[in-house]
Design a protein around this ligand. Structure first.
Ligand SMILES: Nc1ncnc2c1ncn2[C@@H]1O[C@H](COP(=O)(O)OP(=O)(O)OP(=O)(O)O)[C@@H](O)[C@H]1O
Ligand SMILES: [Mg+2]
Length: 228
């Protein structure tokens, strides 16, 4: 479970609110869409979960972990319980699809046999089994995002944070990625928080939608409607 209790976060000297007095509960296995104008606080809300930003007021929990309390040395362990994907895919250009995903296991010290078993399985989950040996430069945007998703999931995080993952993709690839996120949520039971500006997608998938405006939650509804 993810829990925000009266959370406030400001940046810089102007002290304008990026997140203001947010209360929020997301249960394990939920698929939640985060919408709002540019600057509304969507990315900041995610960064408060990753620990990249700290709340000035209030508390943020991931399960039993109170993220406010995490010391710098606790961060790697905390991040391992999260998968994160972005608008730009952040793949390593010198590594193949397989190697990009494998790398996320290598840094945790997983052995070669486990990597050899698991990476092909996740390549298949994201529909990239045939492209294991391609480099990012040889892939389309949609394919790169699929690899980034496989890499984010390979260590089986409970939560996947997807910050505008379709922002650089055309309409067809966007739908592919959204459908993949829905499949992952359903099959792997991963909790997904999906920030997007894509009104058509939001209105079609019929999931819980949280609307942020100037750092405040102005709407939190299961009606699946894109309202900002
Ligand atoms: N590192 C930072 N330093 C200072 N201000 C920041 C920083 N990051 C975000 N902000 C400010 O905090 C507010 C919320 O930004 P945030 O990136 O969370 O919005 P967002 O909803 O993700 O927007 P977008 O849809 O454009 O990605 C904005 O006013 C932004 O300018
Ligand atoms: Mg953002």
């Amino acid at each position: 479970m993810i829990l925000f209790k009266n959370v406030t976060k400001t940046y810089g000297e102007e002290q304008s609110f990026a997140i203001e007095n947010v209360n929020l509960k997301i249960e394990d296995g939920e698929f939640v869409v985060l919408v709002g104008q540019s600057g509304a606080g969507k990315s900041t809300l995610m960064k408060l979960i990753t620990g990249e930003q700290k709340a000035e007021k209030g508390e943020v929990f991931l399960g039993k972990t109170r993220i406010n309390d995490l010391a710098y040395r606790d961060m790697p362990q905390h991040r391992r319980s999260l998968g994160i994907i972005f608008q730009d895919f952040k793949l390593l250009s010198q590594k193949t699809a397989f190697e990009n995903i494998a790398f996320a296991m290598e840094i945790l010290g997983k052995d070669a046999s486990e990597i050899g078993r698991k990476v092909p399985r996740f390549l298949n989950i994201v529909g990239m089994g045939a492209k294991a040996n391609k480099f990012p430069s040889q892939m389309s945007g949609g394919e790169r995002q699929r690899i980034a998703i496989a890499r984010a999931l390979i260590n089986e995080p409970k939560v996947l944070l997807a910050d505008e993952p379709t922002g650089n993709l055309d309409v067809f690839n966007s739908w592919d990625i959204v459908n993949l996120l829905l499949k992952i949520n359903e099959q792997l039971k991963t909790t997904i928080i999906f920030a997007t500006h894509n009104k058509e997608v939001v209105n079609s998938i019929n999931k819980r939608v949280i609307s942020l405006d100037k750092g405040k939650i102005i709407r939190d509804s299961l009606d699946g409607k894109y309202i900002i």
